[in-house]
Design a protein around this ligand. Structure first.
Ligand code: ZN
Length: 135
C-alpha cells in the first residue's frame, strides 16, 4: 500500500472563526461538517489535494479536544495516516513496540475507522485512518 496523509486535525474553539481563512483566503473547498459523538467534537472539513484539513471543535468540556486546547491552546492536534486495514496496522504497531490508545478501531468522521497511536513512541498524536466508503 501507499500511505498518504489522510488529514490533519486542528483543534479550535470555534470552526466558524476559521472559515474565512481556509475557504476565502487559502481557497480550500469546504466539505461539510459532522458531529462525532464518540469524541464529543464537531468536525469541519476542507479538502486540500488528496488530503483534508479537519477543524475540531469540542462539543463538551469532556471532549479530548477541549482538554487539548486547555493544555496546549488551539493548534495541530493530530496527523492521520491512511490505512488499508486498521486492525492489521494496530497489530503491526503493537508488534513493533508502539503503544496504542485504541486497541480496537473506533468510528471516526466521514465513515472512517480509526485508531490512535500513543504519542509516547511517536512524539505526536498519530491516527491510522481507514476509509470505509467513498465520497
Ligand atoms: Zn482525525
Amino acid at each position: 500500500m501507499t500511505r498518504k496523509i489522510n488529514h490533519i486535525g486542528i483543534a479550535v474553539n470555534n470552526i466558524a472563526e476559521f472559515t474565512e481563512l481556509y475557504r476565502d483566503i487559502l481557497g480550500l473547498e469546504p466539505a461539510g461538517e459532522e458531529i462525532v459523538e464518540d469524541q464529543k467534537v464537531k468536525v469541519g472539513f476542507f479538502n486540500i489535494g488528496e488530503s483534508r484539513i479537519e477543524l475540531l471543535e469540542p462539543t463538551s468540556p469532556e471532549s479530548p479536544i477541549a482538554k487539548f486546547i486547555e493544555k496546549k491552546g488551539e493548534g495541530i492536534q493530530h496527523l492521520a495516516i491512511s490505512s488499508d486495514d486498521v486492525e492489521a496496522d494496530i497489530a503491526l504497531m503493537k508488534s513493533k513496540g508502539l503503544r496504542m490508545i485504541d486497541e480496537t478501531p473506533r468510528n471516526g468522521a466521514h465513515g472512517t475507522r480509526i485508531a490512535f497511536i500513543h504519542p509516547k513512541g511517536t512524539k505526536i498524536l498519530l491516527e491510522l485512518t481507514q476509509e470505509t466508503k467513498h465520497h
